[in-house]
Design a protein around this ligand. Sequence first.
Ligand code: NYM
Length: 218
Amino acid sequence: SNENPSKRGHFIVIEGLDRSGKTTQCQMLCEDIGGLDKEFKYIKFPDRITPTGQVINAYLQGEAEHSDETMHLLFSANRWEAVQGILRDLKAGHTIVVDRYAFSGAVYSAAKENPHLSLEWCWNPDIGLPQPDLVLFLDISSEDAAKRGGYGEERYEKQDMQVKVRTLFKRLFARLPNLSVKVIDAGLSMEDVADQIWQAYKELDEAGSPSEELQVLP
Ligand code: NYM
C-alpha cells in the first residue's frame, strides 16, 4: 500500500519496433509492480476502442483509406483524449505503464514516403502531452524482429518500414535531451529484457518520487 498517498505515480513508457516484445514486457512490468502491492494502470496506444481508435484500427487493418496527415492527427488525438485520465491516475498515486506513445506517433508517420511528413511536423501535435518520467526503448534490428515469426499483416509491418522507424526513433530521442530514455537490447532473452526493465524501474522508484509537477513534451 502507498506509504505516502500524496505522491504521484510514475509515468513510464515502453517503446520499440513491431515484434520487439513491448506488450509482453509491459505485462511483466505491471505484474512486478503489482507484486510490490503498488497500484498501477496499463495503457496502450493506439487505444482502438474510442471513436478515433476505431478509425485507426480500420486503417491499420487495411479496411479504410485516409490521408497520411489525417491519420497522423488521429493517432495524436487518440493520445490527447487520454490525458485527463492519465493526470488523474498519476495524481491518485497510480503508476502508469504505457505501451507506445508520442514517439511511435512521430516516427511511424515520418517513416512514410511522404515529404510533407517531416519528423518535426510529425512531432508537433504531441507537444504539450505529459512527459514520461522514463522511456524504455526496446531496441531490436529489423532482421532479428523479422525472425520472430515474421511480422503480422497490418499496415507498416514490413521490413523496409521498420528499418526507417528504428533510425527515426534514435534521431528523435537524440533531439530530446531532457527526456530520460533507457535503450534496452530487445534481442536478449525475454527474462534478461525483463530484468533490465525492472532494474530501471527500481532506479526510478528509489531516486525518490518524481517532481510532483509533471513535465510536458517539448
Ligand atoms: N502507430 C502507433 C502509429 O503509426 N502511430 C502511433 O501514434 C502509434 C501509437 O500503429 N505498427 C503504429 C505502430 C504499429 C501500429 O500498434 C499498431 P500496436 O502496438 O501494434 O497495436
